[in-house]
Design a binder for this molecule. Structure first.
Ligand code: ATP
Length: 364
């Protein structure tokens, strides 16, 4: 276990019968981190969360929370609480009673209990809603009550399973900002499950990208976006253009890659173990490419043909065919630097990029 790991998931496997749902996952989560598990449906996010909560046991491996091994520890003895997508609040109780629900076993004096509820109502920015019935609230308000109900018990870890999944897009985005601010205020470790990559990028200090029960990469949102370790992670987060290539030379801490379609590209964004002659993939995000009608210089450019353009208000997306490259190259340009209108397809254009705009991914 790393010294600063508050939650340590070590070589955890989970089988449901013969089905290998969690495949040798090891993740360390720091105290006070907003940590997300991101992956498509069925990749094992909820199963991992349920193992942290104690609702499922690992088939092998161990989970430590706050230095303690969790095997054999039942859910109610773990320092965790869980918030579900369908915020389980009681419609017939008012907001105060819903928030205080988990405290009922603690037999606190009424004044102390009321003070804790008031603190929570302030925290979730609903100070005047205490007497409302839960069924008189909006979806976002109900979700905040569910959070308050979990937080009032002061868990060391809050586990959140797609808690914003039932909200519409606008409310969801607002709640994302509120949730992040709330987590920073209370300082509790949050483990958050989502299949929405934008949500994970917005909220997380660090996150794990999962696929088929495995953790593919654990890192900060910036590093996952800028330096994905393989094609699977690169295509799961955002859009990426891929070009087959070969390592021509290693120079100045970077690599020169001879690509199919773009000629030579140089970047320092490379894995440490590259060797000359190795077959690799050079990848670049659409917004790191720009378009020009004329050749700019001898370097960092390639000639293509504009296939398609889509005007999206703030940005425009272009698709450019390059000889020898099977898929059109996606380019995303802010509209103040627009190169072409929607109707100017099939014209010749130059694709341009800066040094270090590419990331090199190892094949296999
Ligand atoms: P979603 O985003 O759809 O909730 P997920 O990533 O959370 O997906 P899990 O719910 O963890 O995925 O499920 C992972 C895999 O394990 C799925 O194929 C699922 O069918 C299977 N699975 C989960 N629970 C059980 C169970 N109790 N018995 C058998 N198979 C299960």
């Amino acid at each position: 276990m790393q010294n600063d790991a508050f939650i340590s998931i070590q070589n955890v496997n989970k089988y449901f019968g013969k089905f290998h749902a969690i495949n040798d996952v090891s993740i360390d989560i720091k105290h006070g981190e907003f940590f997300s598990l991101l992956g498509s449906s069925g990749c094992g996010k909820t199963t991992l969360l349920r193992m942290l909560a104690g609702f499922e046991s690992p088939t092998s491996g161990e989970i430590y929370i706050d230095g303690q091994p969790m095997s054999g520890v039942p859910p109610h003895h773990r320092p965790v609480n869980m918030v579900f997508q369908n915020y389980a609040i009681f419609p017939h109780l008012n907001v105060r009673d819903n928030i205080a629900y988990g405290l009922r076993k603690q037999k606190l004096p009424r004044a102390q209990r009321d003070a804790l509820v008031d603190e929570m109502l302030d925290l979730i920015k609903l100070p005047d809603y205490g007497d409302r019935k839960a069924n008189q609230l909006s979806g976002g308000q109900r979700q905040r009550i569910a959070l308050a109900r979990s937080l009032i018990l002061r868990p060391k870890v809050l586990l959140l399973d797609e808690p914003l999944g039932a909200l519409d897009k606008q409310l969801r985005e607002q709640m994302q900002l509120e949730l992040r601010a709330l987590q920073k205020t209370v300082g509790i470790t949050f483990v958050f499950v989502t299949h929405d990559q934008e949500e994970a990028l917005t909220l997380s200090d660090r996150m794990a990208v999962m696929s088929n029960g495995r953790d593919l990469q654990v890192d900060t949102p910036t590093r996952l976006y800028e330096s994905p370790i393989n094609r699977e992670v690169a295509s799961f987060i955002g859009t990426m253009n891929f070009f087959d290539g070969t390592v021509k030379a290693l120079t100045n801490g970077g690599a020169e890659i001879e690509t199919v379609g773009l000629g030579n590209v140089y970047t320092t964004n490379i894995p440490p173990s590259l060797t000359p002659g190795q077959s690799v993939c050079a990848a670049i995000r659409p917004e790191k490419l720009s378009l020009s009608r004329e050749s700019q210089s001898g370097f960092n450019q390639a000639k293509g043909r504009l296939d398609n353009a889509a005007y999206l208000g703030e940005r425009s997306h272009y698709y450019v065919s390059i000889e020898g490259v099977s898929k059109p190259v996606a380019v995303s340009v802010q509209n103040r630097q627009r190169a072409n209108g929607n109707g100017e397809n099939q014209c010749p254009v130059w694709l341009c990029w800066d040094d270090n705009a590419f990331v090199v991914l190892e094949n296999g």
